[in-house]
Design a protein around this ligand. Structure first.
Ligand SMILES: Cc1cc2nc3c(=O)[nH]c(=O)nc-3n(C[C@H](O)[C@H](O)[C@H](O)COP(=O)(O)OP(=O)(O)OC[C@H]3O[C@@H](n4cnc5c(N)ncnc54)[C@H](O)[C@@H]3O)c2cc1C
Length: 372
């Protein structure tokens, strides 16, 4: 056997797992197709440390978000990873939105979010003078984190403990042998090497469904097929004077996306987004014609905003286990003996709050590994 554990994908999830597994003297290889870690979804997010709002009670999304929120602040403080516990407002700007705030708050309390409360116009003004809202739910445990520094921290810790990283290595084949897996990796020079491992952990993000299919899982039966949801951001130029320093989210519409919100940056800058659409392929362009949509959405709660303040910024893709018109599905994080793949751990559909949850996902997967 070449390795005890082979991890596919060095996004924030794979890195957190590798850091966790490295503590147990197991030999670990992380295989990543790009030239470095964190070059896909994990570096294209809002970088919000979520408090836990809309997820169903007892879902993995809810549990891992709540635990991840706690761990994220602990790790950031302990290892000097830049973060800001700026808080978040979900704002109502009209009467029928006000009626939804209580339900939003109750769900959040049910899943374990802490310290939240409904705030009135005066308190909102104190929290963020630039925002307009008739009332809001305030989440004091929300914040932002420098996701690049977080990934660097996981990477350096893992390397320090002896985890091997193979960059520019694309997993193209997974074969089950007697009691282990053989993984075919296409390297930079086009050659294919084979590495054997007792445990394979699939955290390949947008490709996690494809990796599961490659190993032999029935991705349609198990709902492991990944659908892409593109999220687009616009940047706010500095005409606002000092930028809002708090996360401001609208009350979501019926389509179940969180809606275009403020994304304050640790540098003091401000983005708005994401505007979400289903997509068939991965391409990161931002259509400048979306300016009106961004302006119309954000000016309701940010009346100082001018259309000229907005310029196209960046895009990212969420890996979802459901497509258009389907109901939302939870993360899959499981060892697959019951599907006849012992010692194969799938992490599929790790969409938002995957960044927040990443330290808790690492913790959970290490527990699974220790039972094998
Ligand atoms: C627009 C947007 C906003 C978001 N906002 C937030 C937020 O504010 N807060 C939050 O908590 N979460 C947020 N998320 C979600 C969060 O970013 C993701 O859940 C998280 O980054 C997923 O990490 P990952 O490691 O699973 O995936 P990735 O970062 O995509 O990593 C997967 C890795 O696997 C590698 N890989 C794939 N196939 C192969 C192969 N065959 N061989 C080798 N390597 C392979 C890829 O190259 C990649 O590096 C957001 C996501 C998006 C898109």
């Amino acid at each position: 056997m070449d390795y005890d554990i082979l991890i596919i994908g060095a996004g924030v999830v794979g890195l957190s797992i590798s850091e966790g597994c490295s503590k147990d003297k197991k030999s670990v290889l992380v295989v990543e197709k790009n030239e470095s870690y964190g070059m896909e979804t994990s570096s294209r997010s809002s970088e919000v440390i979520h408090a836990g709002v809309y997820y169903p009670e007892n879902s993995l999304k809810a549990r891992l978000c709540i635990r991840g929120n706690e761990l994220m602040y602990e790790i950031a403080k302990k290892f000097s990873i830049p973060f800001k516990n700026c808080g978040k407002l979900i704002v109502a700007t009209e009467k029928d939105e006000e009626n939804k705030l209580e339900g939003i708050m109750q769900n959040s309390l049910k899943i374990g979010a802490k310290g939240l409360r409904i705030v009135d116009r005066d308190e909102i003004k104190k929290l963020e003078p630039k925002v307009f809202a008739t009332s809001a739910v305030y989440f004091p445990t929300s914040g932002i984190v420098d996701s690049h520094s977080l990934m660097k921290h996981f990477f350096l810790k893992a390397k320090d403990k002896g985890v091997d990283f193979l960059f520019k290595g694309e997993v193209i084949l997974i074969e089950r042998k007697n009691g282990f897996y053989e993984v075919g990796i296409k390297e930079e020079n086009g050659e294919i090497s084979r590495v054997s491992a007792k445990i394979v952990i699939n955290c390949a993000g947008l490709n996690s469904g494809r990796i599961a299919q490659m190993a032999g899982f029935d991705v349609d039966k198990l709902h492991y097929r990944i659908f892409y949801r593109k999220g687009v951001y616009f940047r706010v130029q500095h005409n606002l004077g000092e930028m809002p320093q708090i996360l401001i989210y609208p009350v979501p519409k019926e389509d179940a996306t969180v809606g275009i919100h403020t994304v304050p940056e640790l540098s003091g800058g401000l983005r708005l987004g994401p505007y979400d659409i289903w997509a068939d392929e991965i391409e990161y362009s931002v259509n400048p014609n979306l300016t009106d949509i961004f302006y119309d959405s954000a000016k309701k709660f940010l009346p100082v905003l001018k259309k000229d303040d907005l310029t196209p910024d960046m895009a990212g893709f969420q890996a979802k286990r459901y497509g258009p018109n389907e109901k939302s599905r939870d993360f899959v994080i499981k060892e697959e003996s019951d599907n006849d793949f012992p010692n194969f751990i799938n992490l599929i559909g790790i969409e938002s709050p995957g960044l927040t949850a990443s330290p808790a996902i690492g913790e959970m997967v290490v527990e699974i590994v220790n039972l094998l």
